[in-house]
Design a binder for this molecule. Sequence first.
Ligand code: NAP
Length: 489
Amino acid sequence: MNTRNRDVQSIVHGLNTGLYINDEWIEAEKGRTFAVENPATGKTLTSVADGSEADAERAIAVAGNTQASWAKTSPRERSEILRRAYDIIIQRTEDLAALMTAEMGKPLAEARGEVAYGAEFLRWFSEEAVRIPGDYTNSGDGKNRILVTRVPVGPCVLITPWNFPLAMATRKIGPAIASGCTMVFKPAPQTPLTSLALVQILREAGLPKGVLNVVTSSDAPKVVGAWMRSGIARKVSFTGSTDVGKLLLAQAAQHVMRSSMELGGNAPFVVCEDADIDRAVNGAMMAKLRNMGEACTAANRFLVHHSVAADFSAKLATRMGELTVGDGSLPGTDVGPLIDTAALEKVQLLVDDALSRNAEIIVGGRRRDGAGYFYEPTVLANVHPDSLLMNTEIFGPVAPVIPFEDESEAISLANDTEWGLVGYIFTQDIDRALRLSDEIEVGMAGINTGIVSNPGAPFGGVKQSGLGREGGRIGIEEFLEYKYLAIPR
Ligand code: NAP
């Protein structure tokens, strides 16, 4: 996968599409497979192994058997595997981006951005692997030494969604490798190909046999259920919807597994009356249209002071109306397709509901007929706070604008949700920016910016947006346990 701009079918044909267990690519039980589709065309790209419960049991047994030897490898060895994998990913940017665009739909420029972002988690955790801290103190009475070390938590269950097929995987696999944990991994069935390409790269980078085991499947409850029941897995790290996260937390309780949950969002994007409106529109374009709006960090509710709402909406509509919607692999495409028909129908339903409550379309408001799952970039003005999209992840290129009267109303609207992943605040008043970021219940806030994701920062949410953090200094902690040694003087 080194050549630039190779035909995507030849990239797909170069992939192993079996289950990856104990360093072997194998068929699923009974040779079952499922199809992977290109959402821009609706055509099948290829088929991959459709893992069963028995396949899953095999994979977790291997992860369990490999844990002790893997935990004994040196931090430097683990670090260098990650660093080599980072270098290979960067060399293969074009092929990985083409693959991602083909199975997920995002425009090539964004796919290249995700390759860089996803690779960076491996580089970040290669640097963290050799800096795992410990602690040494004396007890208060001076009679004991207190030595605290960190040990890997043990075999991990990793589950990822389809919207960022590389980065959501490296954000988990990176710290798991750095800390010395073995893994079983199930990527989303819509986008397994990027994950399979990543596995091949980690193998080339020298990841030992049995450390990472991958089961692609169209039956997530069976495969993941087998892992959660096994008693072998010590941790689950999940990125996906809040509903599935809650199911997994209940399953994790059975064996008291450590749990990291990166769940849904309902991001408020607050534009105050003193905001630089052009800057706010630039931020809105990023916070709304990155990944066609199919991001947990996507701005879901544009709360705009009534005095600037018309200006902001008009400028945003002009920018969104200029975008080219189409197949993400074609030059000039700004906005690709949504992931599938269900996603398209959900977006249309949310728009129709807002319109039935007197919202106005300033631009867009329609799906496109023909092949692929395309929805026009849309701005809705005067959206009523009771509209369904106020408390549903839109996951599409629709920007609802809700005017507010004063700061306290903005805060109460922003917090009127069970989610708390990220918020965006646009104001030129530093005191107001800090006040709002104190008051808005989120794990991350973008101040005059529409992008917060950064491998060096702790990514995660409060309320029903999740538990734990990925990335940053804390990212590796999620995969480590403390061990305290009492040593009398
Ligand atoms: P999803 O339906 O929850 O699926 C996520 C993963 O969980 C998929 O691999 C899925 O496989 C699997 N899954 C589904 N049901 C399961 C079950 N009963 N047991 C075990 N695994 C199960 O979410 P999605 O639609 O793929 O992704 C969109 C969601 O992810 C949004 O809510 C978004 O906000 C969230 N997200 C959050 C973050 C974050 O960092 N906070 C980042 C990205 C996305 P199947 O598809 O086969 O069911």
